[in-house]
Design a protein around this ligand. Structure first.
Ligand code: SF4
Length: 491
């Protein structure tokens, strides 16, 4: 099986119960953001910008647990911000487990080893000592850290910790091999730390998943190498979703990096090109998700958006209408369900955005539940076959694969000096942090020389109405032009 039996059975029961009750809209996964503080400033992350005025705010523990109880989602994805910074993260995970929920901690991986050392200190025993010896031998724990674990004081022994469980996954953010990942998270060494944390987690018996966002510049061949490498580490499953140019992320692209977002995020057409191998990857690797969503990503079918099934709760309440777009926040999930005009959002039968902001969205959080909740006999059968079929074998590890993975900071190919230069020389046409292969001109530098981005922007594709999208695009280009003092074509 791709996914453990007990949680699968729980999710199936949740769907059947709601359908029998005649509930047309209900929560499947709660995206719980107990804080928006983060130790990184990843390119493409709108959260730390959209909620910049409430970065220090926390959702109290009781309120987090009440939100999960109210929406009754069987799966909780604790995200943020960086959830391991949340002071009561251990109590939150324990409380959600007490409610019988499956928990994913979506983390950048930087604090994972610390949390696992705390688990070992609280549960130090001969069995843990055996693990500890292996961890020290493999360089995943230092001798000094091992001694601290062995000599844990009563406070460390009584601490609530995150234990290995079939009801819990570390869900580690990995967006590519070392060079690309460190570039996207804007810090060298993060990829390596993620790998060490994954290795340590597997030795200690944790379940580990990875989540990957695919951007316009993501190389599909590199993604395949990344999945091979992660699979060779014993990662239990992967989620993958296209990057989406939601407003906050767009603004960050322009303001901080001087990038044109149309050069970075995916249009619908480009998403389908990037994901054309996704079904093959689904056979090679343990890709989490429904085959219907994978078909959608590969361009083989259309799906409606079911954003109500993956609600987001954060410091301001229930974020509507969806994880990526914000119109308002509601005090309760039920109020959000009742008050949002869901027909205004998502896409129509032709795949055109009902709202201009939905036009290029193929996000996991909007479309995956549609495929999972489909009651068509074909979808039910392919879902069953995919989940209950045999799990792909781990990819064999090899020195060549490791060498392929560590293609950045580890081999001295730093990139942050270049990225910082681009940031410091904001809008000045500095060499793009994303330029590759000796091409030192940022993509948008060509805009003043007649390159028309509207040809490759989704707003003009597929015969959809383009008015509002083009308005946004024109607005954005005008801002870039004003900032860079160059002429940008807006047609
Ligand atoms: S299509 Fe995407 S942006 Fe639009 S409501 Fe659904 S999830 Fe949100």
């Amino acid at each position: 099986m791709r996914f453990p039996l007990a949680p699968t059975a729980k999710i199936a029961r949740h769907i059947v119960t709601n359908k029998l009750k005649g509930n047309r809209k209900f929560a499947m996964v709660l995206q719980l953001e107990p804080l928006h503080t983060c130790n990184l400033t990843c390119t493409g992350c709108g959260r730390i910008r959209e909620y910049s005025t409430s970065l220090k705010d926390l959702v109290p523990l009781e309120q987090c647990l009440a939100a999960a109880a109210e929406c009754e989602a069987p799966m909780i994805s604790i995200c943020g911000g960086e959830p391991l910074i949340y002071p009561k993260i251990e109590e939150l995970v324990a409380g959600l487990h007490d409610q019988g929920r499956m928990v994913y901690i979506c983390t950048n991986g930087v604090f994972m080893r610390k949390k696992m050392r705390e688990y070992m200190a609280a549960n130090y025993s001969p069995a843990i000592e055996k693990n500890l010896l292996q961890l020290v031998a493999e360089g995943l724990v230092t001798e000094k850290e091992a001694e601290t674990i062995r000599k844990s004081d009563p406070a460390a022994r009584q601490k609530v910790v995150i234990k290995p469980s079939k009801w819990h996954y570390w869900n580690v953010h990995v967006d590519g091999l070392e060079f690309t990942h460190d570039l996207i998270v804007e810090r060298e060494g993060v990829f390596k730390e993620c790998v060490l944390a994954i290795q340590m987690a597997k030795i200690l018996g944790y379940q580990v998943a990875t989540n990957t966002t695919v951007y316009r510049e993501t190389d599909a061949a590199e993604l395949e190498e990344m999945f091979k490498f992660l699979s060779s580490l014993g990662v239990d499953g992967h989620t993958i979703s296209p990057g989406y140019d939601y407003d906050a992320a767009k603004k960050d692209m322009v303001k901080r990096l001087g990038k044109d977002p149309t050069d970075f995020f995916l249009t619908r057409q480009l998403t389908r090109e990037k994901f054309k191998n996704i079904e093959r990857w689904g056979e090679m690797f343990t890709i989490f998700g429904t085959p219907g969503y994978l078909e959608f990503l590969a361009g083989k079918r259309e799906l409606a958006c079911s954003a109500w099934a993956v609600p987001t709760y954060n410091v301001r309440g229930w974020k509507a209408p969806c994880y990526v777009m914000t119109e308002t926040h509601y005090p309760t999930y039920q109020e959000m369900l009742a008050k949002v005009n869901w027909d205004k959002f998502g896409v129509d039968a032709k795949g055109c955005g009902r709202d201009a902001r939905c036009e290029n969205c193929m996000m996991h959080s909007g479309f995956e539940p549609t495929a999972a909740l489909s009651s068509s006999p074909r979808d039910s059968w392919i879902n069953f076959k995919y989940n209950f079929g045999s799990r792909p074998a781990p990819y064999p590890s090899s020195p060549e694969l490791t060498k392929t993975a560590y293609n950045g900071a580890t081999i001295g190919k730093g990139h942050l000096a270049e990225a910082k230069a681009a940031v410091n020389r904001e809008f000045s046409g500095a060499k793009s942090a994303y330029a590759r292969g000796g091409n030192d001109l940022p993509h948008d530098a060509g805009a003043g020389q007649g390159h028309d981005h509207s040809h490759d922007h989704g707003g003009s594709g597929g015969g959809c109405s383009t008015g509002p999208a083009n308005d946004q695009l024109a607005d954005l280009k005008a801002k870039i032009a004003a900032a860079k003092k160059i002429e940008v074509k807006t047609d």
